[in-house]
Design a binder for this molecule. Structure first.
Ligand code: SF4
Length: 496
């Protein structure tokens, strides 16, 4: 009887500090790399943008080494190798996985492509709603773990700041793991359930309406209460005696408001309970909440004091409306000058519809934010600060999965990118914990050489598309997928 063949040895992945030993047929801790017949394989296909491709391209295997490339049917200059699926050459003591030469409008360009491991990263989330989600600085939690906080609200939106190095590395092991998982899901466009201390329960998903305490938000407000009063002052004039636009931030009162004054609205003797900022603009009329205009009001009359009998008259009409038009009520003063609710008259219906019409759909926006100022730069150039300077001087263009980024001024390479403009499943993770995000640096060949780029590792775009990898790679690629670029994105190499 012959001995069984020796069991293949495990291979070691060095694409992140975990350094997994991976047995044949198994994948590493992050499921991004596997051991296939003794070869380290990057499992997700390399994603290539193809300018004339219909949306929805699938993954294809690379040609075998014995087959000839016939890719001239579609010019390579219409393709861009993104970092999605490209792999990592951590910790960047060797050049990035792909350093690709292309020609754009007669200019020789180089794109350095890598999947960066970001320990310093997070997501800024904009939630289009008037509703109060929780006090600023309150913890945002996923699965009970703090993963971020409520930050400064913006015009018509509430903002969350999620992730960051303190939650990824500075808390308990579970906090780091949960933070990383929530960021990964959000950045890959999945729905994530969150709770806010002393606030709401949320479901957040990029480019989808937020769900707040189980209710799907429909509309983003037309403006604050004061702006709404200004916008519709002339349309309401002659139809109703008084309008109050209820808003947690700035409640507008038409007869007192500058907009009402200049077009001749008469005084009504109304008294609004709140802190008067300027005429017709009131702060703090109620507590923040999820009802009328982002307040805790279910009965808007609670913000009114007694009407002044010297000015008010019985029969005076009053419209109260929220900044989205979601809440509205119509009143007339009785003989005691007390507002009595009545059916809203037909003449006022179009103005409510006009407010709704002017509200945009409520969405969640997720921006990945990361700092590429660390060792990742060494995969681009021998002198990392030269990449930083080149990016700061706008000689080098940064993209994430081919999507444009906003680069923060100041030191380092700190960028933000809208995840909905990136290819599907652009993000991965490693259990350190950290997020893996695609990043590409595109620069003219001359400038790349001048910054001390790894010129000996430059390969042609056609070779990269064929699946050929550079000598710096100790992994092979599983395949590639060609997808159409997002229609809202400029071509990542620029110059077109
Ligand atoms: S976690 Fe993933 S990237 Fe890191 S060593 Fe293991 S297989 Fe490689």
């Amino acid at each position: 009887m012959r001995d069984a063949p020796p069991k293949p040895e495990k291979i070691r992945c060095d694409a992140c500090p975990v350094m997994c030993y991976i047995a044949d047929g198994r994948s590493g801790a992050c499921d991004r790399y596997a051991n296939e017949d003794g070869q380290l394989v990057r499992l997700d296909p390399l994603t290539i943008l193809e300018r004339r491709k219909e949306v929805g391209g699938g993954a294809v295997a690379f040609l075998g080494g014995d087959k000839e490339w016939n890719g001239d049917v579609i010019s390579a200059s219409n393709r861009f190798v993104t970092a999605v699926g490209a792999g990592t050459t951590y910790p960047d003591y060797k050049p990035a996985p792909f350093i690709v030469a292309s020609e754009v409008n007669g200019v020789d360009m180089i794109t350095v492509v890598t999947e960066g491991i970001f320990s310093y990263c997070g997501a800024k989330v904009k939630i289009d709603t008037d509703r109060h989600l929780g006090p600023e600085r309150s913890f945002v939690r996923a699965n009970g773990e703090p993963i971020g906080h409520v930050t400064t609200g913006e015009y018509g939106s509430q903002m969350l700041s999620l992730g960051g190095v303190h939650h990824l590395t500075g808390g308990t092991k579970k906090e780091g793991r949960v933070t990383c998982a929530a960021l990964l899901a959000l950045c890959n466009g999945e729905a994530v359930d969150l709770t806010i201390d002393d606030g709401s329960e949320l479901t957040v998903q990029a480019n989808k309406a937020p769900i707040i305490n189980g209710i799907t938000e429909k509309r983003m407000r037309v403006g604050c209460g004061s702006a709404t009063a200004g916008m519709f002052a002339s349309q309401w004039k002659g139809l109703v005696d008084e309008v109050v636009v209820v808003d947690d931030h700035i409640t507008g009162v038409m007869s007192e408001h500058q907009a009402g004054k200049v077009i001749g609205w008469a005084e009504t003797g109304i008294k609004v309970l709140g802190r008067r900022s300027t005429p017709g603009r009131y702060f703090q009329v109620a507590e923040p909440g999820t009802d009328w205009g982002g307040t805790n009001l279910q009965d808007p009359l609670a913000i009114l004091g007694d009407f002044n009998p010297k000015t008010a008259v019985a029969g005076l009409s009053l419209l109260m409306v929220s900044t989205t038009g979601e809440h509205f009520a119509y009143y007339e003063l009785d003989e005691n000058l007390v507002p009595v609710e009545k059916d809203i008259p037909d003449r006022l219906q179009p103005s409510i519809l006009r407010i709704e019409e002017n509200c945009e759909p409520a969405l969640c926006s997720v921006l990945f934010m990361g700092g590429a100022g660390g060792s990742l730069r060494a995969g681009v150039t021998e002198n990392p600060v030269k990449l930083t300077r080149s990016v700061q001087q706008a000689l080098t263009r940064v993209t994430c999965g081919g999507a444009p980024v906003f680069r923060w001024p100041g030191g380092g390479i700190t960028v933000m990118s809208d995840v909905s403009r990136m290819p599907d499943n652009s993000f991965g993770y490693v259990p350190t914990p950290a997020l893996v995000a695609p990043i590409e640096f595109t620069v003219s060949r001359a400038d790349y050489e001048a910054m001390g780029g790894h010129m000996y590792h430059v390969m042609s775009l056609k070779d990269a598309i064929k699946g050929i990898t550079g000598p710096q790679n100790d992994h092979v690629l599983k395949g590639q997928r060609e997808i159409a670029p997002n229609a809202d994105n400029p071509w990542p190499e620029g110059l077109t």
